[in-house]
Design a protein around this ligand. Structure first.
Ligand SMILES: Nc1ncnc2c1ncn2[C@@H]1O[C@H](COP(=O)(O)OP(=O)(O)OP(=O)(O)O)[C@@H](O)[C@H]1O
Ligand SMILES: [Mg+2]
Length: 471
Protein backbone atom coordinates (compact mmCIF):
# COMPACT_ATOMS: atom_id res chain seq x y z
CA UNK A 1 0.00 0.00 0.00
CA UNK A 2 2.86 2.40 0.87
CA UNK A 3 4.61 1.71 -2.43
CA UNK A 4 1.38 2.39 -4.22
CA UNK A 5 1.01 5.71 -2.40
CA UNK A 6 4.51 6.76 -3.42
CA UNK A 7 3.58 6.02 -7.01
CA UNK A 8 0.31 7.88 -6.91
CA UNK A 9 0.99 10.95 -4.83
CA UNK A 10 3.38 12.95 -7.05
CA UNK A 11 0.43 13.28 -9.42
CA UNK A 12 -1.17 15.61 -6.91
CA UNK A 13 1.46 18.32 -7.34
CA UNK A 14 0.40 18.75 -10.94
CA UNK A 15 -3.03 19.98 -9.91
CA UNK A 16 -3.89 23.58 -10.61
CA UNK A 17 -6.37 24.72 -8.01
CA UNK A 18 -8.27 27.91 -7.57
CA UNK A 19 -8.66 27.70 -3.84
CA UNK A 20 -8.85 30.20 -1.07
CA UNK A 21 -5.19 31.02 -0.64
CA UNK A 22 -5.56 32.07 2.96
CA UNK A 23 -7.06 28.83 4.19
CA UNK A 24 -4.98 26.84 6.64
CA UNK A 25 -4.94 23.08 6.40
CA UNK A 26 -3.60 20.49 8.79
CA UNK A 27 -2.52 17.11 7.40
CA UNK A 28 -2.39 14.31 9.95
CA UNK A 29 -0.92 10.96 8.94
CA UNK A 30 1.52 8.58 10.55
CA UNK A 31 3.14 7.90 7.20
CA UNK A 32 5.74 10.50 6.32
CA UNK A 33 5.32 10.06 2.60
CA UNK A 34 1.70 11.17 2.75
CA UNK A 35 2.50 14.16 4.96
CA UNK A 36 5.38 15.31 2.79
CA UNK A 37 3.53 14.94 -0.47
CA UNK A 38 0.32 16.61 0.69
CA UNK A 39 2.37 19.37 2.32
CA UNK A 40 4.31 20.06 -0.86
CA UNK A 41 1.28 19.95 -3.08
CA UNK A 42 -1.00 22.07 -0.91
CA UNK A 43 1.74 24.62 -0.24
CA UNK A 44 2.34 24.93 -3.99
CA UNK A 45 -1.37 25.56 -4.34
CA UNK A 46 -1.00 28.53 -1.99
CA UNK A 47 -2.30 27.13 1.29
CA UNK A 48 -0.65 27.41 4.64
CA UNK A 49 -0.09 23.76 5.49
CA UNK A 50 0.74 22.17 8.82
CA UNK A 51 1.55 18.52 9.35
CA UNK A 52 1.35 16.18 12.32
CA UNK A 53 2.39 12.55 12.67
CA UNK A 54 -0.22 11.67 15.30
CA UNK A 55 -3.39 12.85 17.01
CA UNK A 56 -1.82 14.54 20.05
CA UNK A 57 0.56 16.58 17.90
CA UNK A 58 -2.41 17.54 15.74
CA UNK A 59 -4.45 18.77 18.73
CA UNK A 60 -1.54 20.95 19.85
CA UNK A 61 -1.38 22.60 16.43
CA UNK A 62 -5.15 23.07 16.34
CA UNK A 63 -5.01 24.81 19.70
CA UNK A 64 -2.29 27.22 18.53
CA UNK A 65 -3.45 28.00 15.00
CA UNK A 66 -6.82 29.15 13.73
CA UNK A 67 -7.35 26.05 11.67
CA UNK A 68 -10.51 25.34 9.75
CA UNK A 69 -9.63 22.25 7.72
CA UNK A 70 -8.06 18.98 8.86
CA UNK A 71 -7.24 16.06 6.56
CA UNK A 72 -6.67 13.04 8.80
CA UNK A 73 -5.89 9.40 8.18
CA UNK A 74 -8.50 7.11 9.67
CA UNK A 75 -6.12 4.42 10.88
CA UNK A 76 -3.25 5.71 12.98
CA UNK A 77 -1.52 4.25 16.02
CA UNK A 78 -2.85 5.85 19.22
CA UNK A 79 -5.68 8.25 18.45
CA UNK A 80 -7.50 7.29 15.25
CA UNK A 81 -8.97 9.74 12.74
CA UNK A 82 -12.50 9.69 14.19
CA UNK A 83 -11.35 10.28 17.76
CA UNK A 84 -9.11 13.10 16.54
CA UNK A 85 -12.07 14.59 14.67
CA UNK A 86 -14.25 14.59 17.78
CA UNK A 87 -11.53 16.17 19.91
CA UNK A 88 -10.77 18.80 17.22
CA UNK A 89 -14.45 19.78 17.04
CA UNK A 90 -14.52 20.15 20.81
CA UNK A 91 -11.60 22.57 20.59
CA UNK A 92 -12.93 24.42 17.57
CA UNK A 93 -16.52 23.67 16.51
CA UNK A 94 -16.09 25.24 13.06
CA UNK A 95 -13.40 22.81 12.00
CA UNK A 96 -14.21 20.50 9.12
CA UNK A 97 -12.46 17.15 8.89
CA UNK A 98 -11.80 15.10 5.77
CA UNK A 99 -10.96 11.49 6.56
CA UNK A 100 -8.52 9.44 4.50
CA UNK A 101 -9.78 5.86 4.23
CA UNK A 102 -8.46 2.69 2.68
CA UNK A 103 -9.58 1.73 -0.80
CA UNK A 104 -13.00 0.08 -0.84
CA UNK A 105 -13.84 0.74 2.82
CA UNK A 106 -17.17 2.43 2.18
CA UNK A 107 -18.79 1.32 5.49
CA UNK A 108 -15.94 2.93 7.44
CA UNK A 109 -16.28 6.07 5.38
CA UNK A 110 -20.00 6.19 6.13
CA UNK A 111 -19.30 5.81 9.84
CA UNK A 112 -16.84 8.71 9.63
CA UNK A 113 -19.45 10.89 7.92
CA UNK A 114 -22.07 9.96 10.51
CA UNK A 115 -19.67 10.95 13.24
CA UNK A 116 -19.33 14.39 11.67
CA UNK A 117 -16.64 14.20 8.96
CA UNK A 118 -17.22 16.60 6.08
CA UNK A 119 -16.20 13.97 3.54
CA UNK A 120 -13.65 11.24 2.91
CA UNK A 121 -10.86 10.54 0.41
CA UNK A 122 -10.17 7.01 -0.63
CA UNK A 123 -6.64 5.77 -1.03
CA UNK A 124 -4.98 5.87 -3.47
CA UNK A 125 -5.84 9.50 -4.04
CA UNK A 126 -7.60 10.55 -7.13
CA UNK A 127 -6.32 14.09 -7.79
CA UNK A 128 -9.58 15.36 -9.30
CA UNK A 129 -11.56 14.16 -6.33
CA UNK A 130 -9.22 15.90 -3.88
CA UNK A 131 -9.37 19.10 -5.92
CA UNK A 132 -13.14 19.17 -5.99
CA UNK A 133 -13.48 18.18 -2.39
CA UNK A 134 -11.22 20.90 -0.99
CA UNK A 135 -12.71 23.49 -3.30
CA UNK A 136 -16.22 22.55 -2.19
CA UNK A 137 -15.19 22.59 1.45
CA UNK A 138 -13.61 26.07 1.26
CA UNK A 139 -16.68 27.34 -0.59
CA UNK A 140 -18.97 25.80 2.02
CA UNK A 141 -17.07 27.49 4.85
CA UNK A 142 -17.11 30.84 3.02
CA UNK A 143 -20.85 30.55 2.49
CA UNK A 144 -21.50 29.93 6.16
CA UNK A 145 -19.33 32.88 7.14
CA UNK A 146 -21.05 35.16 4.64
CA UNK A 147 -24.46 34.08 5.88
CA UNK A 148 -23.47 34.73 9.46
CA UNK A 149 -22.15 38.22 8.75
CA UNK A 150 -25.24 38.99 6.69
CA UNK A 151 -27.45 37.98 9.59
CA UNK A 152 -25.27 39.98 11.94
CA UNK A 153 -25.84 43.12 9.84
CA UNK A 154 -29.58 42.47 9.70
CA UNK A 155 -29.71 41.94 13.44
CA UNK A 156 -27.91 45.21 14.12
CA UNK A 157 -30.34 47.14 11.97
CA UNK A 158 -33.35 45.72 13.74
CA UNK A 159 -31.93 45.50 17.24
CA UNK A 160 -32.31 47.91 20.10
CA UNK A 161 -30.63 46.59 23.24
CA UNK A 162 -31.79 42.94 23.01
CA UNK A 163 -35.10 43.74 21.39
CA UNK A 164 -35.30 42.47 17.83
CA UNK A 165 -38.08 44.03 15.81
CA UNK A 166 -39.00 45.76 12.59
CA UNK A 167 -42.69 46.35 13.32
CA UNK A 168 -43.84 49.96 13.44
CA UNK A 169 -45.76 49.39 16.68
CA UNK A 170 -42.62 48.12 18.37
CA UNK A 171 -40.62 51.02 16.91
CA UNK A 172 -43.00 53.32 18.78
CA UNK A 173 -42.32 51.32 21.94
CA UNK A 174 -38.59 51.79 21.42
CA UNK A 175 -39.05 55.55 21.05
CA UNK A 176 -40.92 55.60 24.38
CA UNK A 177 -38.17 53.51 26.01
CA UNK A 178 -35.51 56.00 24.87
CA UNK A 179 -37.41 58.97 26.27
CA UNK A 180 -38.56 57.40 29.51
CA UNK A 181 -35.09 55.97 30.25
CA UNK A 182 -33.81 59.49 30.85
CA UNK A 183 -36.35 60.07 33.63
CA UNK A 184 -37.10 58.41 36.95
CA UNK A 185 -40.78 57.95 36.13
CA UNK A 186 -42.43 54.66 37.05
CA UNK A 187 -43.36 52.55 34.04
CA UNK A 188 -46.10 49.94 33.83
CA UNK A 189 -45.52 47.46 31.03
CA UNK A 190 -48.59 45.55 29.93
CA UNK A 191 -48.98 42.79 27.37
CA UNK A 192 -49.74 39.12 27.01
CA UNK A 193 -47.39 36.48 28.34
CA UNK A 194 -44.11 36.20 26.44
CA UNK A 195 -44.39 39.53 24.59
CA UNK A 196 -41.09 40.82 26.02
CA UNK A 197 -42.10 42.80 29.11
CA UNK A 198 -39.00 41.93 31.09
CA UNK A 199 -36.83 42.56 28.04
CA UNK A 200 -38.29 46.06 27.75
CA UNK A 201 -37.75 46.70 31.48
CA UNK A 202 -34.10 45.72 31.10
CA UNK A 203 -33.74 47.95 28.05
CA UNK A 204 -35.04 50.94 30.02
CA UNK A 205 -32.55 50.20 32.78
CA UNK A 206 -29.64 49.79 30.35
CA UNK A 207 -30.46 53.09 28.67
CA UNK A 208 -30.77 55.00 31.94
CA UNK A 209 -28.12 56.62 34.13
CA UNK A 210 -28.74 53.72 36.52
CA UNK A 211 -27.23 51.21 34.10
CA UNK A 212 -24.11 50.60 36.22
CA UNK A 213 -26.27 49.76 39.24
CA UNK A 214 -28.36 46.64 39.90
CA UNK A 215 -31.42 45.60 37.94
CA UNK A 216 -33.43 43.45 40.35
CA UNK A 217 -36.47 41.47 39.22
CA UNK A 218 -39.10 40.14 41.61
CA UNK A 219 -42.09 38.07 40.59
CA UNK A 220 -45.04 38.94 42.82
CA UNK A 221 -46.78 35.70 41.84
CA UNK A 222 -43.97 33.38 42.84
CA UNK A 223 -44.17 33.82 46.63
CA UNK A 224 -46.92 33.72 49.28
CA UNK A 225 -47.73 37.10 50.85
CA UNK A 226 -45.56 36.86 54.00
CA UNK A 227 -42.48 35.76 52.06
CA UNK A 228 -43.00 38.39 49.38
CA UNK A 229 -43.12 41.11 52.00
CA UNK A 230 -39.78 40.04 53.47
CA UNK A 231 -38.38 39.52 49.94
CA UNK A 232 -39.21 43.11 49.03
CA UNK A 233 -38.52 44.95 52.28
CA UNK A 234 -36.20 42.58 54.15
CA UNK A 235 -36.57 41.59 57.80
CA UNK A 236 -34.91 42.00 61.13
CA UNK A 237 -33.44 39.03 62.98
CA UNK A 238 -36.15 37.21 64.97
CA UNK A 239 -39.01 39.07 63.32
CA UNK A 240 -40.75 35.78 62.55
CA UNK A 241 -40.13 32.07 62.98
CA UNK A 242 -37.21 31.17 60.80
CA UNK A 243 -35.78 34.72 60.59
CA UNK A 244 -32.44 33.72 62.09
CA UNK A 245 -30.52 36.63 60.63
CA UNK A 246 -31.25 40.11 59.41
CA UNK A 247 -31.94 40.16 55.66
CA UNK A 248 -31.90 42.98 53.14
CA UNK A 249 -34.92 43.22 50.88
CA UNK A 250 -34.88 43.75 47.12
CA UNK A 251 -35.58 47.46 47.55
CA UNK A 252 -32.27 47.84 49.39
CA UNK A 253 -30.42 45.55 46.98
CA UNK A 254 -31.70 47.64 44.06
CA UNK A 255 -30.67 50.93 45.66
CA UNK A 256 -29.67 53.46 42.95
CA UNK A 257 -30.72 50.92 40.34
CA UNK A 258 -34.01 49.57 39.02
CA UNK A 259 -36.54 47.25 40.67
CA UNK A 260 -38.69 45.28 38.26
CA UNK A 261 -41.92 44.11 39.86
CA UNK A 262 -43.37 41.40 37.67
CA UNK A 263 -46.99 40.21 37.78
CA UNK A 264 -48.17 43.00 40.10
CA UNK A 265 -51.76 41.85 39.53
CA UNK A 266 -51.05 39.06 42.04
CA UNK A 267 -49.98 41.38 44.87
CA UNK A 268 -51.99 41.25 48.12
CA UNK A 269 -53.75 44.33 49.56
CA UNK A 270 -51.25 44.53 52.44
CA UNK A 271 -48.21 44.60 50.18
CA UNK A 272 -49.91 47.15 47.97
CA UNK A 273 -50.09 49.50 50.99
CA UNK A 274 -46.37 49.03 51.72
CA UNK A 275 -45.46 49.61 48.12
CA UNK A 276 -47.51 52.78 47.92
CA UNK A 277 -45.64 54.11 50.92
CA UNK A 278 -42.20 53.48 49.40
CA UNK A 279 -43.22 55.12 46.17
CA UNK A 280 -44.59 58.18 47.98
CA UNK A 281 -41.99 58.61 50.69
CA UNK A 282 -38.96 56.85 49.21
CA UNK A 283 -38.50 55.01 52.50
CA UNK A 284 -39.72 51.85 54.23
CA UNK A 285 -39.04 49.69 57.27
CA UNK A 286 -37.89 46.09 57.29
CA UNK A 287 -40.38 43.48 58.55
CA UNK A 288 -40.10 43.53 62.34
CA UNK A 289 -38.07 46.77 62.28
CA UNK A 290 -38.77 50.39 63.23
CA UNK A 291 -35.93 52.22 61.49
CA UNK A 292 -37.02 53.92 58.28
CA UNK A 293 -34.60 53.09 55.44
CA UNK A 294 -34.18 55.56 52.59
CA UNK A 295 -33.76 54.24 49.05
CA UNK A 296 -33.39 55.65 45.58
CA UNK A 297 -35.00 53.04 43.36
CA UNK A 298 -36.68 53.33 39.99
CA UNK A 299 -39.69 51.02 39.86
CA UNK A 300 -40.81 49.36 36.65
CA UNK A 301 -43.74 46.97 36.92
CA UNK A 302 -45.49 44.56 34.60
CA UNK A 303 -48.65 42.55 34.31
CA UNK A 304 -50.22 40.36 31.68
CA UNK A 305 -53.66 41.02 33.13
CA UNK A 306 -55.96 43.84 32.13
CA UNK A 307 -54.78 46.53 34.59
CA UNK A 308 -57.92 48.65 34.31
CA UNK A 309 -60.10 45.63 35.02
CA UNK A 310 -58.27 44.65 38.22
CA UNK A 311 -58.52 48.25 39.40
CA UNK A 312 -62.20 48.34 38.43
CA UNK A 313 -63.08 45.18 40.36
CA UNK A 314 -61.23 46.38 43.48
CA UNK A 315 -58.38 43.85 43.30
CA UNK A 316 -55.80 46.56 42.84
CA UNK A 317 -55.67 49.97 44.58
CA UNK A 318 -56.43 52.80 42.24
CA UNK A 319 -53.94 55.19 43.92
CA UNK A 320 -51.13 52.63 43.57
CA UNK A 321 -52.09 51.98 39.96
CA UNK A 322 -51.64 55.67 39.12
CA UNK A 323 -48.32 55.77 41.01
CA UNK A 324 -46.99 52.78 39.07
CA UNK A 325 -48.42 53.85 35.77
CA UNK A 326 -46.90 57.27 35.16
CA UNK A 327 -45.91 55.91 31.77
CA UNK A 328 -47.64 52.89 30.24
CA UNK A 329 -45.98 50.71 27.64
CA UNK A 330 -48.36 48.28 25.94
CA UNK A 331 -46.66 45.46 24.05
CA UNK A 332 -48.62 44.12 21.08
CA UNK A 333 -49.03 40.33 20.80
CA UNK A 334 -46.87 38.66 18.18
CA UNK A 335 -49.87 37.82 15.96
CA UNK A 336 -50.47 41.56 15.57
CA UNK A 337 -46.92 42.16 14.32
CA UNK A 338 -46.36 39.18 12.08
CA UNK A 339 -43.61 41.01 10.20
CA UNK A 340 -41.43 40.31 13.26
CA UNK A 341 -41.92 36.54 13.03
CA UNK A 342 -39.35 35.76 10.28
CA UNK A 343 -36.85 38.14 11.83
CA UNK A 344 -37.22 36.66 15.32
CA UNK A 345 -37.28 33.12 13.93
CA UNK A 346 -33.98 33.72 12.10
CA UNK A 347 -32.50 35.34 15.21
CA UNK A 348 -33.42 32.36 17.42
CA UNK A 349 -32.29 29.92 14.72
CA UNK A 350 -28.86 31.50 14.67
CA UNK A 351 -28.66 31.57 18.46
CA UNK A 352 -29.64 27.94 18.99
CA UNK A 353 -27.69 26.63 15.98
CA UNK A 354 -24.59 28.18 17.49
CA UNK A 355 -25.39 26.85 20.96
CA UNK A 356 -25.97 23.34 19.62
CA UNK A 357 -23.12 23.52 17.11
CA UNK A 358 -25.40 22.75 14.18
CA UNK A 359 -25.24 24.13 10.68
CA UNK A 360 -28.78 25.18 9.94
CA UNK A 361 -29.16 28.08 7.59
CA UNK A 362 -32.89 28.72 7.31
CA UNK A 363 -36.47 27.55 7.01
CA UNK A 364 -38.17 25.76 4.15
CA UNK A 365 -40.90 27.85 2.45
CA UNK A 366 -43.52 25.56 4.06
CA UNK A 367 -42.03 26.08 7.53
CA UNK A 368 -41.98 29.87 7.01
CA UNK A 369 -45.61 29.68 5.98
CA UNK A 370 -46.40 27.74 9.17
CA UNK A 371 -44.58 30.29 11.36
CA UNK A 372 -46.47 33.15 9.75
CA UNK A 373 -49.89 31.51 10.02
CA UNK A 374 -49.77 30.16 13.55
CA UNK A 375 -51.36 32.41 16.19
CA UNK A 376 -48.58 32.17 18.83
CA UNK A 377 -50.68 32.48 22.02
CA UNK A 378 -47.43 32.28 24.04
CA UNK A 379 -45.94 35.01 21.83
CA UNK A 380 -42.17 35.43 21.44
CA UNK A 381 -41.37 32.94 24.20
CA UNK A 382 -43.40 30.24 22.44
CA UNK A 383 -41.67 31.02 19.14
CA UNK A 384 -38.28 30.88 20.86
CA UNK A 385 -39.08 27.48 22.41
CA UNK A 386 -40.41 26.11 19.10
CA UNK A 387 -37.23 27.10 17.26
CA UNK A 388 -34.97 25.70 19.96
CA UNK A 389 -36.79 22.37 19.78
CA UNK A 390 -36.65 22.36 15.96
CA UNK A 391 -32.91 23.08 15.95
CA UNK A 392 -32.28 20.21 18.33
CA UNK A 393 -34.49 17.73 16.46
CA UNK A 394 -33.75 18.51 12.83
CA UNK A 395 -31.37 16.46 10.73
CA UNK A 396 -31.53 18.89 7.79
CA UNK A 397 -29.76 22.15 6.95
CA UNK A 398 -33.24 23.72 6.81
CA UNK A 399 -36.02 23.63 9.39
CA UNK A 400 -39.00 21.77 7.94
CA UNK A 401 -42.64 21.84 9.09
CA UNK A 402 -42.13 18.38 10.58
CA UNK A 403 -39.53 19.83 12.97
CA UNK A 404 -42.04 22.34 14.39
CA UNK A 405 -44.66 21.52 17.05
CA UNK A 406 -47.72 20.00 15.41
CA UNK A 407 -50.35 22.69 15.96
CA UNK A 408 -53.68 23.30 14.36
CA UNK A 409 -53.17 26.14 11.96
CA UNK A 410 -55.93 28.45 10.85
CA UNK A 411 -56.90 27.55 7.27
CA UNK A 412 -54.70 29.11 4.59
CA UNK A 413 -56.09 32.40 3.42
CA UNK A 414 -57.90 31.75 0.14
CA UNK A 415 -56.03 34.43 -1.72
CA UNK A 416 -52.45 34.60 -0.56
CA UNK A 417 -50.48 37.04 -2.70
CA UNK A 418 -47.28 36.14 -0.89
CA UNK A 419 -47.53 32.49 -1.78
CA UNK A 420 -48.38 33.26 -5.36
CA UNK A 421 -45.53 35.70 -5.62
CA UNK A 422 -43.17 33.07 -4.31
CA UNK A 423 -44.36 30.59 -6.88
CA UNK A 424 -43.80 33.16 -9.63
CA UNK A 425 -40.32 33.93 -8.29
CA UNK A 426 -39.40 30.25 -8.07
CA UNK A 427 -40.49 29.56 -11.65
CA UNK A 428 -38.77 32.66 -12.94
CA UNK A 429 -35.47 31.79 -11.26
CA UNK A 430 -35.69 28.24 -12.57
CA UNK A 431 -36.29 29.50 -16.13
CA UNK A 432 -33.43 32.01 -16.02
CA UNK A 433 -31.06 29.41 -14.59
CA UNK A 434 -31.96 27.00 -17.37
CA UNK A 435 -31.55 29.73 -19.96
CA UNK A 436 -28.10 30.56 -18.51
CA UNK A 437 -27.11 26.90 -18.76
CA UNK A 438 -26.74 26.62 -14.97
CA UNK A 439 -24.21 29.47 -14.85
CA UNK A 440 -24.96 31.36 -11.62
CA UNK A 441 -22.94 34.45 -12.47
CA UNK A 442 -24.80 34.87 -15.74
CA UNK A 443 -28.20 34.10 -14.20
CA UNK A 444 -27.61 36.52 -11.30
CA UNK A 445 -26.69 39.27 -13.80
CA UNK A 446 -29.90 38.70 -15.76
CA UNK A 447 -31.97 38.71 -12.56
CA UNK A 448 -30.23 41.83 -11.21
CA UNK A 449 -29.30 40.19 -7.88
CA UNK A 450 -26.02 39.03 -6.38
CA UNK A 451 -24.80 35.51 -6.98
CA UNK A 452 -25.05 34.83 -3.25
CA UNK A 453 -28.71 35.92 -3.16
CA UNK A 454 -29.39 33.72 -6.15
CA UNK A 455 -27.66 30.79 -4.52
CA UNK A 456 -29.66 31.24 -1.30
CA UNK A 457 -32.94 31.50 -3.21
CA UNK A 458 -32.11 28.45 -5.31
CA UNK A 459 -31.47 26.51 -2.14
CA UNK A 460 -34.62 27.78 -0.42
CA UNK A 461 -36.72 26.85 -3.44
CA UNK A 462 -34.86 23.56 -3.79
CA UNK A 463 -34.04 24.17 -7.41
CA UNK A 464 -31.67 21.27 -7.16
CA UNK A 465 -28.46 23.08 -8.08
CA UNK A 466 -25.70 22.34 -5.63
CA UNK A 467 -22.58 24.17 -6.78
CA UNK A 468 -21.77 27.86 -7.09
CA UNK A 469 -19.71 28.40 -10.18
CA UNK A 470 -16.46 30.27 -9.72
CA UNK A 471 -16.54 32.10 -13.06
N1 LIG B 1 -38.44 41.50 20.54
C1 LIG B 1 -37.73 40.50 21.03
N2 LIG B 1 -36.52 40.22 20.55
C2 LIG B 1 -35.79 39.19 21.01
N3 LIG B 1 -36.20 38.38 21.99
C3 LIG B 1 -37.40 38.60 22.53
C4 LIG B 1 -38.23 39.68 22.09
N4 LIG B 1 -39.36 39.66 22.82
C5 LIG B 1 -39.25 38.64 23.68
N5 LIG B 1 -38.08 37.99 23.52
C6 LIG B 1 -37.63 36.80 24.24
O1 LIG B 1 -38.79 36.05 24.57
C7 LIG B 1 -38.72 35.52 25.89
C8 LIG B 1 -39.86 36.08 26.72
O2 LIG B 1 -39.66 37.48 26.95
P1 LIG B 1 -39.98 38.15 28.37
O3 LIG B 1 -39.58 37.25 29.49
O4 LIG B 1 -39.43 39.52 28.36
O5 LIG B 1 -41.57 38.16 28.26
P2 LIG B 1 -42.65 38.61 29.30
O6 LIG B 1 -43.59 39.47 28.59
O7 LIG B 1 -41.97 39.14 30.53
O8 LIG B 1 -43.36 37.23 29.62
P3 LIG B 1 -44.25 36.81 30.93
O9 LIG B 1 -45.49 37.62 30.90
O10 LIG B 1 -44.57 35.37 30.67
O11 LIG B 1 -43.41 37.03 32.12
C9 LIG B 1 -37.36 35.92 26.43
O12 LIG B 1 -36.45 34.87 26.22
C10 LIG B 1 -36.98 37.12 25.60
O13 LIG B 1 -35.60 37.26 25.49
MG1 LIG C 1 -41.95 38.27 32.50
Amino acid sequence: MTARRERELPLLSTLKLTMNKKAKILVVDDEAVIRVSLHEWLTDAGYQVFTAGNGSQALEIIQKEELRIVIADLVMPGMDGIELMKKSKELSPNIEVVIITAYGSIPTAITAMREGAYDYIEKPFCPERVELLIEKLVEHQELIEENLSLHQKLDDRYRFENIITKSSRMQQVIEVIKVVAKSNATVLITGETGTGKELVARAIHSQSHRCGKPFVAVSCAALPESLLESELFGHEKGSFTGAYTQKKGKFEVANRGTLFLDEIGEMSANIQVHLLRVLEEKEFTRVGGNEPIKVDVRVISATNRDAKEIVGNGQFREDLYYRLNVVNIELPPLRERREDIPLLAQHFLKKFALENQKEITGFSPEATDYLLRYEWPGNVRELENAIERAVILTQNPFIEVADLPQQNLPPARPISPERNLKRVEKNHIQNVLTEAGGNYTKAARILGITRMTLYNKARAYRLGVKKIDKS
